[in-house]
Design a protein around this ligand. Structure first.
Ligand code: PCA
Length: 214
């Protein structure tokens, strides 16, 4: 059995739902064969979010961690390639903090790559009939903060752990009155299952086109 920790976020920025947590919860009701899922909901708060993640890692001692967050405006599941060592908030977090240009880990590496076969994960989601792509920025808000915290934990304390970050589109109910892309939560949940199953069995990433010109 591969133990997988899936995390999602609480709603933020005035939204009533966060599709990341809704999809994680739904995915966990039907884990793929050979995988055992545990879940945690993270607060949208700098510092507290990674503390909650680290506690969940201690509690469930996973082999693989997939952190998931909402990326409103993106049309597809995006598997993040890189976490950067910077907090630069465009909006305040759920506790009102708005750090500007502060390192997440003082003197830590500028960036970490995901410990995930990102291209293989993207290809597998597409093969399952769902839209996905590689993303080269997880932003500089709480999602990137948690992603960098996870990668720093792997680099400094848990070298056997694999993990990374997936951003997901709005749920349809969030965009009924605006023209923004969305994906049903059940489709996102299926994509997360596929990513977890692919990451669990893929040791070396595939060489496939997935780069960006900008
Ligand atoms: N998305 C935000 C934080 C929480 C979430 O779901 C982000 O992309 O940073």
């Amino acid at each position: 059995m591969t133990r997988v920790l899936l995390t999602g976020f609480e709603p933020f920025d005035g939204e009533r739902v966060n599709p990341s947590w809704a999809a994680v919860r739904e995915a966990a009701t039907r884990p793929p064969a050979g995988l055992e899922f545990t879940t945690a909901e993270l607060p949208c708060v700098y510092g507290d979010a990674s503390a909650a993640l680290f506690q969940a890692v201690r509690d469930s001692d996973p082999d693989l961690v997939l952190c998931v967050g909402q990326a409103g405006g993106r049309p597809d599941l995006t598997v993040e390639r890189v976490a950067v060592n910077i907090d630069d908030a465009r909006i305040p977090d759920a506790r009102g903090a708005q750090p500007i240009d502060e390192p997440i880990v003082p003197h830590g590496p500028a960036a970490y790559f995901a410990a995930l076969p990102v291209k293989a994960c993207v290809m597998a989601v597409r093969a399952a009939g769902l839209p996905a792509s590689v993303s080269n920025t997880a932003g500089t808000f709480v999602c990137n903060h948690v992603f960098y915290g996870l990668m720093h934990l792997i680099a400094t304390e848990r070298p056997a752990l694999r993990g990374g970050f997936v951003h997901v589109p709005y749920a349809p109910e969030q965009v009924t009155d605006r023209s923004a892309p969305s994906l049903p939560v059940s489709a996102v949940a299926e994509g997360l299952r596929v990513i977890a199953a692919t990451a669990a069995i893929t040791k070396a990433d595939v060489k496939a086109v997935g780069g960006a010109t900008h």
